[in-house]
Design a binder for this molecule. Structure first.
Ligand code: MN
Length: 526
């Protein structure tokens, strides 16, 4: 680093430290959402706060509010997700290079390598745009995961997006649908696969009205009507079950209601061909107890008093869902003609269910039942329970397989059955993702050229290729493509493969097709 620059950074840092004695309201709001942070952790957040405030000074959001509000909101979302101080600080800083006046060197100087790595990752993710090709969603999700490299980068991006969705009405109308669709098709499913169901539900419900305005209006009224009846039913059931549990000697338990998200309701309604009567989990009653043994006791007591519906008893404690979800579900007849879904779980499972991967990354310490941590949790990032976020940065490639595993969608989507294996191959096979001008994702090996791209798209495109553009600029045929490039192949009647192409193509497909073209050409000459 140049000496002059370093001096300038030092001066700026000093000046900032001087004025930052009092805790401003925004910072206090972040502090209020975290528990167990030591002074060092709080200081890191404070430093990021004042740094970002300066880096975004005078900037406004589309809503007319100061830009800085967006960063405080992102940090609050991350704190709500139980993230550690480093992730929260990176969240506050996530736009300071791209949209603010800070430089990479400055961030490195003041906050170190790990935070710069996180901010950098979020910036890179920001360059990936949904191109409006629904059949390529799975590729786009993979691109997201491959680009983020570290699950924390994804989580910061989720927190960023959550605030952007909350303020979407201020964005230009033609952009809203793209952003909302991207959120619904890419962000929400990824959050779900990471088990961060709370966030996934929020993102879905915020996007829904923009992506499917008509359907939203219809479903909203149905759900409102249903919820009212169901909540009343649930409250009666809550009182009655609580009494019975107490009578059977259960002392430590709490209950809570869960209303289905509107988008999730819409999807289910669609599957049930519009018959809302067939949806039993519009609302559910949660019974949260201290231990796993308590869960089974509660199930026993409940089934003694209420007849369970056949085929609706699901033991996700014995057999967790692929995203790590654990709970016992049962749907029982209430005795007055109704049905209620019950979800029985421990506090730890509850935290898991809401925060998933995030709960293992963050500071929110887990209570009891540690045996489960050995299964899927330890396969994640491996940075548990350090409130100050002082755990050393691991090489993302080293820890990637674990959290990529947990992204696999084993549910009802045949398109993504091999998501897990493919994702691993992509990650370690050094592949890049590039786009056609229409937004189609093309997967190529690292080092691939526009010629490889052309033959991947279609033999005829390769055979007529006369030039290529990358990100709207003319480039040579042998230039190396980068992740996220938009590649356009120019074709003409005179365009044709030459022997020289064989020197630089990377894919076997291109090599094979070029050779076969040249052989045919040779044969025609004779
Ligand atoms: Mn942002």
């Amino acid at each position: 680093m140049k000496e002059v620059e370093e001096l300038a950074y030092k001066d700026a840092q000093k000046a900032r430290k001087k004025q930052s004695r009092k805790v401003p309201e925004g910072l206090q709001e972040i502090y209020d959402r975290v528990t167990g942070f030591d002074q060092k952790a709080k200081n890191l957040i404070r430093d990021a706060y004042f740094f970002a405030q300066e880096a975004h000074e005078g900037q406004l959001r589309k809503s007319g509010e100061p830009y800085f509000i967006h960063l405080v909101a992102t940090a609050k979302n991350l704190a709500d997700l139980g993230m550690d101080a480093k992730v929260i600080a990176a969240g506050i800083l996530h736009d300071s290079i791209e949209d603010g006046v800070a430089t990479e060197e400055q961030l490195l100087y003041e906050f170190g390598e790990e935070i710069l790595f996180l901010v950098d990752g979020v910036t890179k993710l920001g360059h990936i745009r949904y191109q409006g090709m629904r059949r390529h969603n799975e590729s786009l999700r993979k691109l997201f995961v491959a680009t983020s490299r570290d699950v924390r980068v994804l989580i910061i991006k989720f927190a960023d997006r959550l605030h952007n969705m909350n303020t979407l009405e201020h964005v230009r109308e033609d952009k809203r649908e793209r952003i909302a669709t991207e959120t619904l098709e890419i962000y929400a499913p990824l959050a779900y696969r990471l088990g961060i169901t709370k966030l996934s539900k929020q993102l879905e419900d915020l996007s829904f009205p923009y992506v499917y305005p008509e359907e939203y209006k219809n479903v909203r009224d149905v759900l409102k009507e249903r919820s009212k009846q169901t909540i009343a039913k649930l409250e009666r059931m809550d009182r009655s079950i609580s009494k019975k549990l107490a009578a059977n000697g259960m002392r430590k338990f709490r209950t809570s209601n869960r209303i289905k998200g509107i988008y999730s309701f819409y999807k289910k309604l669609d599957r049930k061909k519009g018959d809302a009567d067939k949806i039993y989990d519009i609302a559910a009653l949660r019974i949260i107890v201290p231990t796993v043994a308590d869960c089974y006791s509660v199930l026993g007591i409940v089934h003694q008093h209420y007849r369970p519906m056949v085929g609706r008893i699901k033991d996700y404690i014995a057999v967790p869902k692929p995203n790590g979800y654990r709970s016992i579900h049962t749907t029982v007849f209430t005795g007055d003609g109704g049905l209620v879904e019950l979800q029985i779980r421990t506090e730890e499972m509850h935290l898991d269910a809401e925060l998933g991967a995030a709960s293992h990354l963050g500071y929110k310490k887990r209570t009891g039942g540690g045996e489960h941590m050995d299964s899927w949790a330890t396969r994640l990032m491996g940075r548990f329970g350090d409130p100050a976020g002082n755990a050393p940065l691991k090489d993302p490639k080293e820890v990637a397989p674990g959290w990529i595993d947990s992204l696999a969608d084993h549910s009802d989507n045949p398109e993504s059955e091999s998501f897990q294996t493919e994702l691993k191959d992509d990650f370690f096979g050094h592949q890049i993702f590039v786009f056609t001008p229409l937004g189609e994702v093309i997967v190529l090996p690292e080092g691939a050229t526009p010629v490889d791209f052309a033959f991947q798209v279609h033999s005829e495109v390769g055979n007529k290729m006369s030039g290529s553009k990358v990100n709207e600029k003319m480039v040579s045929m042998d230039s190396v493509l980068q992740n996220g490039d938009i590649v356009e192949i120019l074709t003409s009647k005179q365009g044709k493969p030459t022997v020289k192409w064989l020197d630089f193509v990377k894919t076997n497909e291109a090599r094979r097709k070029i050779k076969s073209y040249l052989e045919r050409e040779e044969a025609e000459k004779r």
